[in-house]
Design a protein around this ligand. Structure first.
Ligand code: COA
Length: 260
């Protein structure tokens, strides 16, 4: 599929999806959200793709937010639909993918940009990155899951302060807060992210997808995370990856996971 607003590139088990609207600081308009949905779906369904990296093009921004020009004239109904559709197509969709998603935050990650990074399974940032949820400065609140995922990642008090002040934090503060796992120079960002991805790729993709399900269960209303863990743990014993992983260990050799 050809995309107008994003790039998708496959190499060595990793699909890198790049939001490519640098003149608009990669702001998320409707078309970009739809293309991202298709690209994430395709990468998740592709057996060769073991890890997905999401990043932004250019040196300035990961994503500077939802495209303000698109919703400036919306009414109450349109506003609600915008948030619901976006959460369904992109933010919840990414969080629940069975393939690991790493956000490589290469600059401004504001509003919907930070919300997209937070929907990823974890984040790596370049030292020029700036993160925030500036929505209340526009008279609106985060609508793509930011009020839920930011407190999960940084704690309620810090999230409240970030949301209420509409301020930005730098990459090192984000690391202190636990919002990003690593901070490196912009040149090192993709190489480090790929290095982490290559460590993930050595492991059982089937077990990883079950681990994602179990971890995410902790954050879902009405779902018992411990019960989910027991079920996913038990199911591992019926997989070829489990047989190969345990056999390889006992035979003192490197596992060659079939991914089944
Ligand atoms: N939606 C739509 N367009 C956006 C955008 C957004 N969220 N963020 C940036 N852009 C556009 C600007 O309008 C500008 O377009 P133009 O050249 O056609 O006028 C272009 O991207 C470059 O942005 P600019 O503001 O000139 O860059 P800057 O370096 O002066 O400032 C920011 C960078 C990130 C501080 C500033 O762009 C900004 O505050 N963006 C909005 C952030 C925001 O509130 N996001 C939450 C949305 S809910």
């Amino acid at each position: 599929m050809t995309y107008e607003n994003i790039l998708s590139d496959y190499q060595n088990g990793i699909t890198t999806i790049t939001i490519n609207r640098p003149s608009k600081l990669n702001a998320l308009n409707k078309a970009t959200i739809e293309e991202l949905h298709e690209a994430f779906k395709a990468a998740n369904n592709d057996n060769e793709t073991k890890v997905i990296i999401i990043t932004g093009s250019g040196e300035k921004a990961f994503v500077a937010g939802a495209d303000i020009s698109e919703f400036a004239n919306f009414n109450i109904e349109n506003g609600g639909k915008l948030a619901a559709k976006g959460q369904e197509l992109l933010f919840d969709f990414v969080e629940h993918l069975s393939t690991p998603v790493i956000a490589a935050v290469n600059g401004f990650a504001l509003g919907g940009g930070l919300e997209l990074a937070m929907a990823a399974h974890f984040r790596v940032a370049s030292d020029n990155a700036k993160m925030g949820l500036p929505e209340v400065s526009l008279g609106v609140i985060p609508g793509y899951g930011g009020t839920q995922r930011l407190p999960q990642l940084v704690g309620k008090g810090r999230a409240m302060e970030m949301i209420m002040t509409a301020g930005m934090i730098d990459a090192n503060t984000a690391k202190d807060y636990g919002l990003v796992n690593h901070v490196v120079t912009q040149e090192e960002l993709i190489p480090l992210t790929k290095k982490i991805a290559s460590k993930i790729i050595r492991n059982s993709t089937v077990a990883i997808s079950k681990a994602i399900k179990a971890v995410n269960a902790n954050y879902q209303d009405g779902v018992n995370g411990y019960e989910t863990e027991i079920k996913q743990f038990g199911d591992c014993f019926g997989t070829e990856d489990f047989k190969e992983g345990t056999t390889a260990f006992l035979e003192k050799r490197k596992a060659e996971f079939p991914g089944k």
